[in-house]
Design a protein around this ligand. Structure first.
Ligand code: SAH
Ligand code: SF4
Length: 337
């Protein structure tokens, strides 16, 4: 039986017509499930009972199950989701003033082993299928019910999205399809530790999708100590690529600030030089503690000094004291526990 969520539009059309049904039934199905979020066949009122039965006999429409949720008073809610093979991932729903942000996972665990990150400490289990990426979005949309306002998607959950490029790509096509889930590419951010080859592919395939780059160090030597990936993917190559390519939006640089490691004003100076000439924003994320690393979060004063230094250099800076710390749903705390 085919899992509905993992099919591209073309694959779905082929399977539906293969059952002897008209092609438009595929469109109706996508509209109900992906656009209107009605997963239960009883709700598909423009499809005959007979055809609904045929469809449920031939396709699996089960969403991956949320087995636990934790909410905090700000409305941030973390979902622990069990995949069909028993592996677990996490997704986070954040309620902002005028919109919602869904933080989505792309892999079970992560192979890159960044020293400060809970997911990295798990190691790599497997890539998510495109359907498992989409299933997270539908599950979180169901949670919102009849909602008003827009949804932003950020690939900042578990995993390195650019090490699962083909499934990411297939999911992004489905997610942005106007007849389906219909999230504007401008509202989607892919966060990456910097896998240059696939970063280039992503920007070729989806020029409007936003990029967030996890910088986290002020030069390659320092970054390597925190992010082993920097041994293979040299920071200078990535920066050069960012500087050379014309794009409509600014690149966001994420910088996890860790006491005594990358939080000095010399580091800030180096960061400001590194980003010179790149249309950018920088997000300072004071380190979120997890059980795996014994790093410390810098004091508020230190964080402010670092940020102010960059502001004085003319950079756009946001300090992100993370939401959802109490329920361990902040960046770097997702461990599928
Ligand atoms: N693999 C991708 C996306 C997932 S990580 C990437 O690395 O970009 C999402 C963000 O969480 C990254 O910017 C990462 O630097 C940040 N992060 C990881 N661990 C953290 C921690 N302990 N405290 C604060 N931010 C953390
Ligand atoms: Fe992987 Fe991103 Fe965590 Fe690094 S920060 S281990 S790339 S999930």
């Amino acid at each position: 039986m085919e899992w509905f969520y993992d099919l591209s539009e073309a694959e779905l059309r082929k399977s539906v017509t293969g059952l002897g049904l008209k092609e438009f039934v595929a469109v109706q199905l996508s509209t109900w499930i992906l656009n209107k979020n009605i997963v239960d066949p009883d709700g598909w009122s423009n499809i005959s009972k007979e055809n609904r039965e045929l469809l449920t006999e031939n396709f699996d429409f089960t969403l991956d199950r949320s087995i636990r949720t934790d909410a905090d008073p700000s409305g941030t809610k973390k979902f622990l989701i069990e995949l069909q093979d028993g592996n677990r991932i996490e997704s986070v729903l954040i309620r902002e003033k005028n919109h919602y942000t869904f933080c989505i996972s792309s892999q079970v665990g992560c192979a890159l082993g960044c020293k400060f990150c809970a997911t990295g400490n798990l190691g790599f289990k497997r890539d998510l299928f495109s359907g498992e990426i989409i299933s997270q979005v539908i599950l979180l949309k169901k949670e919102l019910g009849d909602y008003e306002g827009k949804i932003n998607l950020v690939f900042m959950g578990m995993g390195e999205p650019l090490l699962n490029y083909e499934n990411l790509r297939k999911a992004l096509i489905r997610l942005t399809d106007e007849k389906g889930i219909s999230i504007s590419p401008r509202r989607i951010t892919v966060s990456t530790a910097g896998i240059l080859k696939n970063l280039k592919k992503l920007e070729e395939d989806f020029p409007n999708i936003k990029i967030s780059f996890s910088l986290n160090g002020s030069d390659n030597t320092q970054r390597q100590k925190l992010m082993p990936v920097s041994k293979k993917e040299h920071l200078d190559d990535i920066i050069e690529y960012f500087r050379d390519r014309k794009r409509k939006h600014r690149i966001t640089f994420e910088y996890v600030l860790i006491e005594g490691l990358n939080d000095s004003l010399e580091d800030a100076e180096k960061v400001s030089k590194l980003l010179r000439g790149i249309p950018s924003k920088i997000n300072i994320i004071p380190y979120n503690p997890n059980d795996f690393a014994d790093f410390k979060t810098p004091s508020e004063k230190k964080v402010d000094e670092f940020a102010e230094f960059l502001v004085k250099k003319g950079l756009t800076v946001m300090v992100r004291w993370s939401k959802g710390k109490d329920i361990r749903s902040a960046c770097g705390q997702l461990a599928g526990e």
